[in-house]
Ligand binder design. Structure first.
Ligand code: MN3
Length: 387
């Protein structure tokens, strides 16, 4: 039996790489649903190649163009953000790969879990915003969430076979991003073009900026907390510029297991789809001679304050991680549009965390409101910075 896959966000970086993986294993996987926000040309091309059961284009103004282009194929086409949340409930889906960017991944993921679908989670913001809620929902519905994020896939792979052996600590590795070793004087003049050049990983714009500020690693700490049921103090960040060791688990006897490989997202994507099996794949192999030294160092919290902000948000809990995420989304967007500087992003997030009202045990509705309120507030901060 082939696994029938729904890919939410198929035209983004992870979505495209997931289709690359599926193309390599036509006897193992089948594309059942593809969704995209705007990129209709690529979505049409993907639909022609994989002929899924159903497509969703979030942007309603592109619906008729999409249906016209595919009128010769037996594909159901829907539009709107609500449609994305609804299609994940389809009986014919075995696994939902969530590769949307930011807060938009939350509601479809919740619906997929309620429909008892296995989740391959690439949208880390879902766990940043509502980790506790998602974790409880997954336990309640007896649904597995398999990580696609490379660090979390590494931890997951280290845990296979350990059954009930407790984790003492996890070390999430970080490349350090393109500005490792730089100080605030340098960082204040960083442009979007400079920040979009990541040394090791080829990713979408939003996550590449998050990697440059180290916010991405902070998000990943929160993601790890909820995926693996850890306390904040059990999570450590270690900078490893070569991105070969993808993360490390330390057990209670002191033993450490690491998962290694060349930085290629196709590997964690395949593992999330193929678990518990490993399929023979032709991915490029690691060569020790190319990497005579693997190095490790402490993260620079003085110059990269976003990482500390994420840990602070994780420790405070409640709706603070949701505020962190929403302020960050607005700040990253403003930075990419050259409205604010690289370091201004941190200021926006700090002010939002200080000023948006705190809720200790937020419901889903309260999280949705926190997201809206934080976006609104952050936009007013950006207007002030521009003046
Ligand atoms: Mn990662």
């Amino acid at each position: 039996m082939k696994k029938r896959v729904a890919i939410l966000g198929s035209t983004g970086s992870i979505g495209k790489q997931t289709l690359d993986v599926i193309r390599e294993f036509p006897d193992k996987f089948e594309v059942e649903v593809l969704t995209a926000n705007n990129n209709i040309d690529l979505l049409i091309q993907q639909a022609r190649e994989f002929v899924p059961n159903t497509l969703v284009i979030a942007n309603e103004s592109k619906y008729s163009q999409l249906t016209d282009a595919l009128s010769d194929l037996p594909i159901k086409v829907y539009t709107g953000a609500d449609a994305i949340s609804q299609v994940v409930e389809m009986d014919t889906i075995d696994i939902v790969l969530t590769a949307m960017v930011g807060f938009s991944g939350l509601l479809p993921t919740i619906n997929a879990i309620k429909a008892k679908k296995t989740i391959a989670l690439a949208n880390k913001e879902t766990l940043v915003v509502a980790g506790e809620l998602i974790r409880n929902l997954a336990l309640e519905n007896k649904t597995n969430i398999f990580p696609v994020d490379s660090e979390h896939s590494a931890i997951f792979q280290c845990l296979v076979g350990e059954n009930h052996n407790a984790i003492e600590k996890v070390y999430l590795t970080a490349s350090g991003g393109p500005f490792r070793g730089k100080n605030l004087d340098f960082l204040k003049n960083v442009t979007p073009a400079m920040a979009l050049k990541h040394p090791n990983w080829d990713m979408g714009a939003k996550i590449t900026i998050d990697s440059a500020t180290l916010m991405n690693k902070g998000f990943e700490a929160i993601e790890a907390r909820w995926l693996f049921d850890l306390k904040p103090e059990q999570i450590d960040i270690i900078v490893h510029p070569q991105s070969i060791v993808h993360s490390i688990v330390q057990f209670e006897d002191g033993s450490m297991k690491a998962q290694m490989g060349l930085p290629d997202m196709k590997l964690p994507i395949l593992y999330a789809l193929s678990f518990p099996f490993r399929y023979k794949a032709g991915f490029q192999r690691f060569n020790f001679i190319d990497y005579p030294q693997l190095s490790f160092e402490k993260p620079d919290l003085e110059n990269f304050k976003n990482l500390s902000l994420a840990f602070l948000a994780m420790e405070k809990g409640g709706n603070i991680p949701c505020i962190l995420n929403a302020a960050n989304e607005i700040a990253v967007n403003a930075f990419l549009n050259e409205k604010i500087g690289f370091l201004d992003m941190t200021d926006v997030i700090v002010k939002a965390m200080d000023n948006v009202s705190y809720i200790k045990n937020p419901s889903l509705d309260q999280l949705i409101n926190t997201d809206i309120e934080t976006r609104r507030y952050s936009e007013t901060l950006i207007v002030k910075i521009i003046k």
